[in-house]
Design a protein around this ligand. Structure first.
Ligand SMILES: [Mn+2]
Length: 448
């Protein structure tokens, strides 16, 4: 465990002492949450619960669905009880509550509590007014308090009154807390929480790291290193990951839910988009389109097109303009363009459509137009721009090219339902194509 001694002893001691002295801990992951901030926060939740502390985890933004598999993900709340709230607490240890109703009469609020059996007395009721409900705040994976947005902005007073522990690995961390444990060499915040929980567990003689905690901590390392692919994957990150697997972290589960599930739909979408690539060598244009049907068929979201335009660029030698047209849910079409040379100004083309950007990266949006119609229109404009720039003479075009005014559009892909019933298991016979059959995904042509 030589690598655990990264944390200055005094910082570790201060954090552990403060945690030991506190009983109501508020844990705040950064917003929007990611695998590292959620993994850190929920791991702390489980561990501190084992030490009989009241722990609350609040995140201002919704938790992305991809993290639904994380153990105890449901404990992440999204609203902090304000210190202005007046809270009426009823002790239900002896008597169970059946129904709670409230009514407003004149200037009075009546709260009617119906027990299943027995009766409540005045002694079962407590009032909390303007009282801060926590005695320690721990922020995780948060570079500055502003990142907590409403949770901080609406409760600045609370942040001034309660001690804050700041555990993070961002270079930009502003050291805003009473105790700052910021290690920019750490690949993830969870990497810093592991030795802390080991030491705290040792002092309290309680095993704090179970399989769930280990899985949560490993999730932070895996997501922040891009599954050990990014440059921040240090020997220590590997060391901590292997330690966590020894604790019982379910590495395959993390990979399955975070990478494999998502990547399959994304790969399908990319395959679809790449197979529809169109090239016009003469005008040096390469493009492809993404329709709503493509997203539906591949089970992907439009965001999953990700950096595909850059992929198009690196795989299109000789192209000067690369563009990707995406049909959005509202049926509008967003067009992103890249130019591979500073002398080709795609922002000029974007301006024609009311868009803009930079010389080599620009975009625009088209409303109320079918994808094919828009594709035809945009490609025609780009060809005109390139024809003028490359001195392509119209006369010459007419002589040498048959379909000079024709734009060949990105092919439409039709997915055929597999005909399982007719096929015997293990037997595969491609259906012979009849001459008269309309070829699948034949290029659609617009004639002027
Ligand atoms: Mn992080």
């Amino acid at each position: 465990m030589a690598l655990n001694n990264k944390m200055p002893d005094s910082t570790q001691k201060n954090i552990i002492d403060l945690i030991k002295r506190s009983s109501k801990v508020l844990v705040l992951p950064s917003s929007p949450p990611d695998g590292d901030s959620l993994g850190s926060a929920i791991a702390l939740y489980i561990a501190l619960k084992k030490l009989n502390k009241e722990v609350t985890v609040i995140c201002g933004d919704p938790v992305p669905e991809v993290f639904d598999f994380l153990p105890n993900i449901n404990i992440v709340g999204n609203k902090l009880v304000s210190s202005n709230d007046f809270i009426i607490t009823i002790d239900c240890k002896k008597i169970k509550v059946d129904k709670i109703k409230s009514s407003i009469e004149d200037d009075r609020v009546n709260i009617i509590i119906s027990p299943t059996e027995g009766q409540f007395s005045e002694n079962d009721i407590f009032f909390n007014k303007g009282k801060i409900a926590y005695d320690l705040i721990i922020t995780v994976d948060t570079a500055e308090l502003g990142q907590l947005r409403a949770i901080y902005e609406n409760n600045i007073e609370m942040f001034n009154q309660i001690p804050v522990i700041n555990i993070d690995h961002h270079v930009s961390n502003t050291h805003f807390a009473k105790i700052n444990y910021v290690d920019i060499m750490a690949a993830s915040t969870t990497e810093l929480i592991l030795p802390l929980l080991e030491e705290l567990g040792k002092e309290e003689k309680t095993e704090l790291i179970d399989e769930d905690v280990a899985t949560l901590l490993l999730t932070g390392i895996i997501t922040d290193t891009g599954s050990f692919q990014n440059a921040n994957t240090t020997p220590r990150a590997f060391e901590k990951a292997s330690e966590l697997i020894a604790y019982g972290a379910r590495q395959q589960e993390i990979i399955q839910y975070i990478y494999k599930t998502k990547q399959l739909s994304q790969l399908k979408l990319w395959g679809r988009v790449l197979s529809k690539i169109q090239t016009d060598e003469k005008h040096r244009v390469v493009w492809s389109v993404v329709s709503q049907q493509d997203l539906l068929d591949t089970g992907s979201e439009v965001e999953e097109t990700g950096d595909i335009i850059d992929e198009l660029m690196t795989n299109a030698p000789g192209a000067e303009i690369v563009l990707l047209m995406k049909q959005k849910k509202d049926k509008s079409i967003s067009v992103s363009m890249r130019s591979t040379s500073p002398v080709v100004d795609v922002s000029k083309i974007a301006e024609v459509y009311g868009g803009g950007g930079h010389t080599q990266a620009a975009g625009f949006r088209i409303e109320n137009m079918e994808l094919r119609e828009a594709e035809y229109d945009v490609i025609k404009k780009i060809k005109e721009y390139q024809a003028e720039r490359l001195n392509i003479i119209r006369e010459d075009e007419k002589v040498t090219e048959k379909d000079n005014d024709t734009v060949e559009l990105a092919e439409e892909i039709i997915v055929e339902e597999p005909k399982e019933k007719k096929k015997k298991k293990g037997e595969f016979k491609p259906k012979p194509k009849k001459e008269e059959e309309k070829p699948i995904g034949s290029p659609y042509r617009f004639e002027d």
